[in-house]
Design a protein around this ligand. Structure first.
Ligand code: 5AD
Ligand code: SF4
Length: 467
């Protein structure tokens, strides 16, 4: 996985020796996107990615802070990395620098430098465009922390990936359009680690999306911590919402599939609803977390909507796009959650019916209001509730997958499957689909009839290799 440097012709590439960077990504899709952008930025200084930490001149852990033990995981991983670093340096293979990025970096900052002498650099998510310069500042042994939210536009400063690099990353890509959150749910660290809501201007997003399409990307997932609160500057100088942005992106040739994640129920406006109704390329899948079915708990979580509001919203979405599959996030054992509250969560799941879902035990995050609540729930109760909820959600997911048996659907073929002659792709509803197909069809959207439904994927036969 080397960036071909001789072909680049860029003057600054020749000024730096060829180096390797190993990036380990934790957490959400935005971190996956950020890791790629960090690698693009480091590529301008001669770094190419490696999957072998032993040969890395630079190791970056792109961390997640959303649930507990995140920081502890980072410190224990650092222990392991230190051994590799020491061995590498003893073997005379050169220095290995270590950087911590992502939300643990943002939340812990200086504390990481204090606790982990092996770390050279701590960089928060808003400062990734400064990464090469920050790294340079560590030359000569200085240890650098950059966790302020600088005012410069990081996205403007981050270089785009080269076409061949984008192509290698696959035919489905992420594109961050919005970052941060102003909602302040009382359990959540995001407003503190990622900061206030910021939307990228439409032109910047369109230009990045065109670059992706040019490189052969067929599906783009727009990312944001609160993506449907998107309000970026449009071509007419007004702020556009996510719906308007989606309509604009459909004009890009080659981008046949659009998705977005993750959303808040309060921000589903009429234009976004219309996008679901009118745009074939907007995939019929929506991740719309509700977290709890209890009005009392929703209020304590500061979610700003009720059980009824959510169910009515789902009805409206389903009338706009009847085949839409829903996905959600749930938290059990939020402080003060009674058996009745939890039953309301079970009830909303039964009423809405999800195609897939993520569910978690509440985990107190330092600095968030709910962490200071005295009515914390015992772990044994949380475990029991999580077990029951997941049982129900798994049954719904199985039923959803089973409902596709015998159905014909379009599948974007993404990569080789486990068996020779097999490819793996994605259904419109984000299910993995395995098909017998030749490698040259990777990147094509084909029609597949589903013959078998497994626990994690669907198996089908290709009907029409053309689009
Ligand atoms: N405890 C448990 N789950 C949480 N999430 C966010 N914060 C917490 C927390 N403190 C979950 C929510 C959110 C998802 C990304 O992670 O369900 O939607
Ligand atoms: Fe966290 Fe999402 Fe709530 Fe924002 S809307 S505070 S990111 S859970």
């Amino acid at each position: 996985m080397r960036v071909p440097q001789a072909a680049s012709g860029q003057a600054d590439m020749t000024a730096f020796e060829d180096k390797k960077v190993f990036v380990k990504t934790y957490g959400c899709q935005m971190n996956v996107y950020d890791s790629n952008r960090m690698m693009d930025s480091l590529a301008t200084r001669g770094y190419s990615p490696t999957e072998d930490m032993n040969e890395a001149d630079l190791v970056i852990l792109n961390t997640c802070h959303i649930r507990e033990k995140a920081a502890e995981k980072v410190y224990s991983e650092l222990g392991r990395i230190r051994q590799i670093k020491e061995k590498r340096e003893k073997d005379g293979k050169g220095e290995m620098k270590i950087g911590i990025a992502g939300c643990v970096a943002q939340a812990e900052g200086q504390e990481i430098i204090r606790r982990a002498p092996v770390v050279d650099l701590v960089v928060g998510p808003q400062a990734y465009h400064m990464l090469p310069d920050l790294l340079e500042r560590t030359n000569g042994g200085a240890r650098v922390v950059e966790t302020d939210f600088p005012i410069e536009d990081k996205f403007k400063a981050l270089p785009a990936a080269k076409k061949e690099v984008t192509r290698k990353r696959g035919v489905s890509a992420f594109l961050t359009v919005q970052e941060g959150c102003d909602k302040f749910c009382t359990f959540c660290v995001v407003p503190y680690t990622r900061g206030a809501e910021v939307s990228r201007p439409v032109a910047q997003i369109v230009s990045e999306a065109k670059g992706l399409a040019d490189a052969g990307v067929r599906e783009v997932t727009l990312l944001g911590q609160n993506v449907n609160a998107y309000h970026g500057e449009g071509s007419d100088g007004r702020d556009w919402g996510l719906g308007e942005l989606l309509f604009e992106l459909t004009k890009i040739e080659g981008l046949d599939r659009l998705r977005y994640t993750t959303s808040h129920p309060r921000d589903m406006d009429d234009t976004l609803m219309a996008a679901h109704r009118d745009l074939d390329c907007l995939m019929p899948y929506l991740h719309l977390p509700v977290q709890s079915g209890s009005d009392r708990i929703l209020k304590a979580m500061n979610r700003q909507h009720s059980y009824e509001d959510y169910v009515r919203l789902i009805d409206r979405i389903r009338s706009a796009r009847p085949d839409i599959a829903l996905s959600g996030d749930f938290i059990v054992g939020f402080p003060g959650e009674s058996d009745e509250d939890f039953e309301q969560t079970m009830q909303i799941v039964r009423e809405v019916t999800y195609a897939s879902a993520y569910s978690f035990k509440y985990s107190p995050r330092p600095g968030t209001p709910a962490a200071d609540d005295e009515n914390q729930i015992e772990d044994a109760i949380k475990s029991e509730r999580l077990y029951r909820l997941q049982d129900l959600l798994n049954a719904q997911q199985k039923a959803f997958n089973a409902s596709k048996l015998g159905e014909e659907m379009t599948v974007l073929l993404e990569r080789k499957g486990r068996e020779p002659g097999q490819l793996v792709g994605k259904s419109p509803w984000l299910q993995a689909v395995q098909v017998d197909a030749p490698d040259n069809l990777i990147g094509e959207i084909v029609t597949v009839r589903i013959d078998t439904v497994g626990s994690n994927s669907l198996f089908g036969t290709m009907i029409d290799p053309a689009r």
